[in-house]
Design a binder for this molecule. Structure first.
Ligand code: M6R
Length: 615
């Protein structure tokens, strides 16, 4: 939530900051702002709206020069999205300026104390309180900016990635992090600051990822100095070389990142199993599992913690792992798990699934699991993310950057990793024979091509979308492995088209939701051949008798459902356990086309942000 960017070097900072903010808009986009050091002063421009609005305002105001600056794109927490609450925020003297991603939980009491000393506030934000606390410490204790930031951060409770600069020391930016991500790009005589590496990837491949509770002082012509916020210990910064390239974070001719990411799935799935799926040697290689095999084999229970789409991938894994490995699996919303005093045993394995690796609830859930002695395995997409670092071991999905707020390739690649794990464990436990194991690997290897085939039906899905784009409600039904896919299909439609949609297990329909069905209700039913087919056909009959409009996802060559459904979308045949990787494709396309036809902002749906780093 919220994206931060900064620059200190010899170039004009304006273009670097605004382009960087555009790349980080997935993190929040209700307001944006920037501050540049120019003519010995801070020039600041901010506005409600998107980075495009900021650019036109800044360009007409002439706030475009300076080679030191910071910028912010906001997802509102404290205070509604408006010009005043947009970042950056000045301190009362106007000497300091700050950007912040996170929440200062005890801001109200600090604000009250500062008000008592005459400080005034122009916004409703917690961030403006923090910058004034820093200023107050600077004045009272006569310390340098870095020390004042450090003392202030020892007084706050909450989460932050911040960048602060002082117009009296314009060759220095102080940054710090706890709970929210912060990367420092190290170029030739220049430094970049950002919530992820995308804003600086065309300038440098070298980055320092700050750890929680670290503060860094970035000075022109000097090495970055990093120290612990608590205890003041100096830390040697680790400069890592990034694998990211520019092409991966651009739209490559697609209208939206979401569409690009949907179409990237054949490659993303292949990248997920590349090097792991070794059919000729009859093994699956996963270092994180191999090195901890005993933990998995001795586990009495697996607990999956995740949120949103990642939680749906976790639900699919419950079916796969219980079927293949025969170990009980519990799938928990991380936000519930962390607060309900769950029973966690030392022989539990906790799998945390997260695309971003930064989701606050999932991070807190794994910390709780670790405190209780469980072994934590992270399934993340973003390399080096907080959840990846906090886990005892893990496996990356290797899906490449996912920028559209609606998760697509993250979902299918998470299922791919979890399937690989399940197959590996099933083999290690002797639950699958050599030939069954081999057949699964061979079938898994065909999935990217089958996903590519499923994408061929795009024009047909677009046509169906045009018929239902004005519906006000949708039902999504599936059974077994495809029940979580029904939930995921409904979530995709809700979040990007703002149509109310519910996912249900098909057989549960008669216990309530069937009352909703009439001639105005589109019902998307996943009715593939392998997976309680006859039972789902009966459910379709029940919908038809009540005049519901049926859009069925069927296996290629299906005859029975075709006779009943208003529209059918075919996907290739595969093993039942792998079918979610195919049935989810038309649902992603359906939500995409409906959202586009309704004029919705697909990549930046209202009220949402890509990574939810607040609870
Ligand atoms: O980064 P994570 O996978 O931890 O994110 C979890 C959810 O916030 C995320 O899946 C969200 O539900 C997406 N907007 C769904 O498309």
């Amino acid at each position: 939530m919220c994206g931060i960017v900064g620059y200190l070097g010899d170039k004009e900072a304006y273009g670097i900051i605004t382009k960087g903010l555009e790349r980080l808009e997935y993190r929040g986009y209700d307001s944006a702002g920037l501050a540049l050091f120019n003519n010995n002063d801070i020039e600041l421009c901010k506005t409600q709206g998107k980075v495009a609005d900021l650019k036109s305002k800044a360009e007409s105001a002439g706030v475009i020069h300076g080679n030191v600056g910071i910028g912010h794109t906001r997802w509102a927490t404290h205070g509604e999205p408006n010009d005043q609450n947009a970042h950056p925020h000045y301190s009362n003297s106007g000497n300091l300026v700050i950007i912040h991603n996170g929440i200062i939980e005890n801001y109200a009491s600090i604000k009250e104390a500062l008000e008592g000393r005459g400080y005034q506030f122009a916004s409703d934000t917690d961030t403006e309180v923090l910058v004034n606390l820093i200023e107050d410490i600077q004045i009272k204790e006569g310390v340098k900016l870095g020390k004042a930031v450090q003392i202030a951060l020892n007084q706050v409770v909450g989460a932050y990635a911040i960048a602060v600069f002082d117009k009296r020391k314009p060759d220095e930016i102080v940054v710090a992090k706890l709970g929210s991500p912060l990367a420092i790009g190290v170029g030739e005589g220049e430094y970049f600051i950002a919530s992820d590496a995308s804003p600086f990837i065309e300038y440098t491949n070298n980055a320092i990822y700050l750890e929680d509770e670290q503060l860094a002082i970035i000075r022109r012509g000097r090495d970055v100095k990093v120290r612990q916020i608590k205890g003041d210990k100096q830390v040697m910064p680790y400069v890592q070389e990034l694998q990211l390239n520019l092409e991966q974070i651009e739209k490559a001719g697609y209208d939206h990142f979401m569409l690009k990411e949907i179409h990237e799935q054949p490659k993303a799935i292949k990248d997920t199993y590349r090097g792991r799926l070794r059919i000729n040697s009859g093994i699956i290689k996963m270092a994180g599992v191999d090195n901890n095999l005993e933990k998995f084999l001795n586990a009495k229970r697996i607990i999956v913690v995740a949120c949103g789409t990642s939680w749906h991938a976790g639900l699919v894994s419950e079916y796969i792992i219980e079927q293949l490995v025969r170990v009980p699996v519990e799938v928990e919303y991380a936000s519930e798990f962390r607060y309900r005093n769950p029973i966690i045993n030392q022989d539990d394995v906790v799998i945390a699934i997260s695309q971003s690796g930064e989701t606050a609830d999932t991070l807190a859930a794994i910390k709780l699991a670790k405190e209780n002695g469980a072994f934590v395995f992270g399934v993340c997409n973003v390399v080096g993310s907080s959840i990846a670092r906090e886990s005892h071991a893990g496996a990356y999905t290797h899906a490449g950057p996912e920028i559209g707020v609606a998760s697509t390739k993250a979902f299918t690649t998470q299922i791919t990793v979890l399937t690989l794990m399940a197959l590996k464990l099933a083999k290690a436990k002797g639950r699958l024979s050599e030939s069954e194991f081999h057949n699964h690997l061979v079938e898994l290897e065909t999935i990217p091509d089958k996903v590519a085939d499923s994408l061929q039906i795009d024009a047909h899905v677009k046509y169906i979308s045009s018929i239902f784009k004005d519906a006000t409600n949708f039902l999504y039904l599936g059974r077994g492995y495809n029940f979580p896919v029904a939930l995921e299909g409904a979530l995709k439609l809700k979040e990007i088209s703002y149509i109310h949609a519910e996912g249900y297990p098909a057989a549960e329909m008669k216990h309530g939701p069937i009352a909703l069905i009439d001639e105005h209700m589109p019902v998307v039913v996943i009715a593939t051949k392998k997976g309680h087919y006859e039972k789902v056909v009966s459910n379709i009959q029940e919908i038809k008798s009540r005049k519901g409009k049926i859009i069925a996802i069927v296996t290629e060559g299906d005859k029975d459902v075709k006779k009943l459904a208003d529209h059918v979308i075919e996907v290739p045949e595969t093993y039942e356990g792998l079918s979610p990787l195919l049935t989810t494709i038309p649902l992603q396309l359906l939500s995409y086309h409906i959202a586009v036809m309704r004029g919705c902002n697909v990549d930046q749906p209202r009220n949402l942000a890509k990574s939810v780093t607040v609870e």
